[in-house]
Design a binder for this molecule. Structure first.
Ligand code: IDP
Ligand code: MG
Length: 138
C-alpha cells in the first residue's frame, strides 16, 4: 500500500509574513515527506472549486479575495495518516482558540476581518485530498 498524501497550503498571510519556512519545518520535523511544492498565485476559478463546499456562506467572498491576495505555497505531503496528522499540526480553524503548540495557535491571531486569516489549509479527508491535489498539481 502506498503512503497517504495530503494537500497543504501556506495561505497568502503565511507567505507574506515570512512563515513558509517555519511551517515547512514543522511538517518535516513531524516526519512527513515533501513530495512536491510550488508557489502559486491562484485565480478565482481554482479557489471557487477548492472551496466549493463553502459557497453561499457569509465568509465565502472574503475568503476568495483573501486567498487571491498574494502567492500561496502548495505542498504535496506524504506519510501514514498525514491527512489527520497535518490537521492536528494546524489546529482549530479559529486561531484565537487554536491550541498553543499548533501552527494556528502559535503563529495566528484574529485580525478583526471578515475571514479568518489562519495561515494554512490541510485536506480534511482522503476524498478531499484526492480532489484538491488534482486541482493544485495537474
Ligand atoms: P479549515 O480551514 O479549518 O478546514 P473550513 O471550515 O474548511 O476550515 O473553512 C475554510 C476557511 O474559511 C478557514 O480556514 C478560514 O480561513 C475561513 N473560515 C471558516 N469559517 C469561518 C468563519 O466562521 N468566519 C470567518 N472565516 C471563516
Ligand atoms: Mg476545510
Amino acid at each position: 500500500m502506498s503512503a497517504e498524501e495530503t494537500l497543504i497550503l501556506v495561505k497568502p498571510d503565511g507567505v507574506a509574513r515570512g512563515l513558509t519556512g517555519e511551517i515547512l519545518r514543522r511538517v518535516e520535523s513531524k516526519g512527513y515527506r515533501l513530495v512536491d511544492i510550488r508557489l502559486v498565485t491562484a485565480d478565482r476559478s481554482l479557489l471557487a472549486e477548492h472551496y466549493a463546499e463553502h459557497e453561499g456562506k457569509p465568509f465565502f467572498e472574503p475568503l476568495l479575495e483573501f486567498m487571491s491576495s498574494g502567492p500561496i505555497v502548495a505542498i504535496r505531503a506524504e506519510g501514514n495518516r498525514v491527512i489527520e496528522g497535518f490537521r492536528a499540526l494546524a489546529g482549530a480553524t479559529d486561531p484565537t482558540v487554536a491550541l498553543p503548540g499548533t501552527i494556528r495557535g502559535d503563529l495566528g491571531r484574529d485580525w478583526g476581518l471578515k475571514v479568518q486569516q489562519n495561515l494554512v489549509h490541510g485536506s480534511d479527508s482522503s476524498l478531499s485530498a484526492e480532489r484538491e491535489l488534482k486541482l493544485w498539481f495537474s
